[in-house]
Design a binder for this molecule. Structure first.
Ligand code: NAD
Length: 369
């Protein structure tokens, strides 16, 4: 059964290494289950600069606009550090997010029981943790105008960034958070700084309005973002879905991520409006970067990228059971103590390679089927 189309963009550094493993997982799903993806492959970031002279070609963007979902590895690397700003690999990624208007960034912070010792917090605080941070991704302080570094009349330099949100920008990310919460425990906490910022006042008002009008079954609470950061490390399990703006979401999702162990474990999704096929525009990618320090050594943890594909199964292709099968297989591999070097704690423990971890996940998929 054809379930939809995928654009696979491995990118730079460890991106292609972890994406190779994701492709083996996709092949397994196609061979063993009644699913089939129409797959297209292309380059992004430094790899696209090397091939096309730009970190995101117009043709790649055109295809990205047509497919149901994009799977991206990572971009960047020292080779490209001296390129002018507009040609840097990271610009390719930002352009994709901007052009596809991917405004809702989903970052799950999930602590697998086998890894509850890896968090900087006590195991009883994090074990079984499963929260979702929904971060507004296309507006706010990172895009607001005016912005820049200027010189005052006295010759002193000053810098300006503007935090801007329109009602509709807040509305759509609030809807995204309520929709996700509807499929989870129906609980949302919205975080802003309404005590000191007008943007926060409007944010709180609009989120509450959407909840009262369209989602009365959802339990909504509001928290100042600084208090939210404190609560995240004090008792994270009090939260289910957190919705917040671009800047606070950047900080809070990194903080929540570290509750769960390694960067190599963290998937993400960025969602937009519906495309011509009636599916939400979507890009799935691990949170980590291109990790030049371990590139080419077989050390990269493929799980963040594999769990990103699992999110695609759930959020784009409506294959919840298949996603659960994959998540469960990852969990079982971890509980057997199989892990890449980033997840090792004891000196005499032998790390598994990127490929070996995927071999084990495929093995578990076969057992679970
Ligand atoms: P990074 O995430 O690449 O690496 C940070 C640390 O985590 C490194 O020690 C790395 O070895 C380790 N690490 C990351 N992913 C891992 C994995 N899957 N398995 C095991 N260990 C892993 O961040 P950085 O070093 O700050 O950035 C390197 C490059 O990546 C830069 O060019 C940066 O701009 C780019 N970057 C890209 C993205 C993206 O593509 N979304 C995100 C962040 C950074």
């Amino acid at each position: 059964m054809a379930v939809g189309s995928l654009l696979i963009l491995p990118g730079d550094g460890i991106g292609p290494e972890v994406m190779d493993e994701v492709c083996r997982i996709i092949e397994w799903f196609e061979k063993k289950l009644d699913v089939e993806f129409e797959k297209k492959f292309d380059d992004v970031g430094g790899a696209a600069y090397d091939k096309y002279g730009t970190p995101l070609s117009d043709e790649t963007l055109r295809i990205a606009n047509e497919v149901d979902a994009i799977l991206l590895g990572a971009v960047g690397g020292p080779k490209y550090d001296n390129l002018e700003f507009s040609l840097k690999p990271e610009r390719g990624l930002l352009k994709l997010r901007k052009e596809l208007d991917l405004y809702s960034n989903l970052r799950p912070a999930q602590c697998f029981d086998a890894l509850s010792d890896y968090s900087s917090l006590k195991p009883n605080i994090v074990s079984g943790l499963d929260i979702m941070i929904v971060r507004e991704l296309s507006s706010g302080s990172y895009f607001g105008e005016p912005r820049g570094i200027e010189k005052s009349k006295t010759g002193e330099r000053y810098a300006v960034n503007t935090t801007y949100y329109s009602e509709s920008e807040i509305e759509r990310v609030a809807i995204s958070a309520f929709e996700i919460a509807s499929k989870r425990s129906k609980k949302v906490c919205s975080m802003e700084k309404a005590n000191v910022m007008e943007v926060g006042v409007l944010w709180r008002e609009v989120v509450q309005k959407i909840r009262d009008r369209d989602y009365p079954e959802i339990e909504l609470s509001h928290m100042y973002a600084d208090a939210g950061a404190m609560q995240l490390v004090r008792w994270p399990k009090q939260f289910d879905v957190i919705v917040t703006d671009n800047l606070f979401g950047d900080l809070l999702s990194d903080c929540a991520a570290m509750l769960t162990g390694s960067l190599g474990m963290l998937p993400s999704a960025s969602l937009g409006n519906k495309n011509a096929n009636g599916k939400l525009k979507a890009m799935y990618e691990p949170v980590h970067g291109s990790a030049p320090d371990i590139c080419g050594k077989g050390l990269a943890n493929p799980i963040a990228c594999i769990l990103s594909f699992s999110m695609a199964l759930k959020y784009t292709f409506d294959l919840k059971k298949e996603a659960e099968l994959l998540d469960k297989s990852v969990e079982r591999v971890l509980s057997k103590g199989i892990r890449t070097a980033d997840l090792l704690q004891k000196e005499n423990q032998k790390p598994s390679s990127t490929k070996e971890v995927c071999d084990e996940i495929l093995n578990e998929l076969n057992i679970q089927l």
